[in-house]
Unconditional design. Structure first.
Length: 241
């Protein structure tokens, strides 16, 4: 997990709250370098925000917008609480700035090869027909049900949320076709919940849909670099943040 950070210096108000996994790191670094005030940063690993990871304060079911979000992991909860305090918010219900988030978009984890072996054909390939099927969609939604519950709650609270599509980098542990198909399923689910997708794929990928080296972190196989973070930041600014 990358160390969280923020760049607010009173009385300059923060422009947004950044929450997510390590994919949020390059965006935070870009904002720091640009001197753009924000609060937040990575608060866990990608897989931490796929399955159930939060509850609703007071035991509500989230259907009426009542109750706030409580993270089950104590350290994540502590970090988020500190960020909200820095923003002067008593909870997510009182958040007065947009939320920029990467929860649920760890597509390389969803696409872990061994998880899909049962669905391969005799050539060892996950068939296109399966990837476009309702069953595949159901399996992906089940894999990220915790993240979808989070976005259900932010929608119920009336928050403006912008979710960052992941860098288009597929490590050896993951199946590329599943990666691309799964992120589209998740993206559609988020859009249906009123989340604004920040999708830079057309600007950073090659003909095979893979992230171009100019936007890749050189020392690993999954992250975007500072140049990628700057593009994301520019898109956020274009959207009024």
């Amino acid at each position: 997990m990358t160390t969280p950070y923020s760049t607010t210096t009173p009385p300059v108000p923060a422009r947004f709250l950044l929450l997510g996994d390590s994919h949020a790191g390059c965006v935070g670094r870009a904002a720091q370098q640009a001197g753009l005030p924000f609060v937040g940063g990575p608060v866990g690993s990608g897989r931490d925000f796929l399955g159930p990871f939060l509850d609703v304060d007071g035991g509500g079911d989230g259907g009426d917008g009542g109750g706030d979000l409580v993270f089950r992991d104590a350290e994540t909860g502590r970090l988020v609480r500190e960020f909200l305090d820095e923003l002067g918010a008593t909870g997510f219900a009182g958040l007065g700035v947009p939320l920029v988030c990467t929860f649920g978009l760890s597509a390389h984890t969803v696409a872990t090869r061994q998880n899909w072996d049962i669905h391969r054909d005799r050539h060892g390939t996950v068939p296109e027909g399966f990837l476009s099927s309702g069953l595949f969609g159901d399996l992906v939604r089940a894999s990220v049900r915790g993240a979808l519950a989070f976005y259900d709650r932010t929608a119920a609270l009336g928050l403006r949320v912008l979710a960052l599509m992941p860098p288009q980098r597929v490590p050896g542990m993951s199946d590329p076709e599943v990666f691309f198909a799964a992120q589209d399923v998740v993206g559609a689910e988020l859009t249906a919940r009123g989340v604004e997708l920040v999708d830079l794929r057309a600007r950073v990928t090659d003909g095979a849909g893979q992230q171009r080296p100019a936007f890749c972190q050189a020392d690993d196989t999954i992250h975007g670099n500072l140049a990628f973070g700057r593009l994301v930041l520019a898109e956020l600014l274009d959207r009024g943040l």
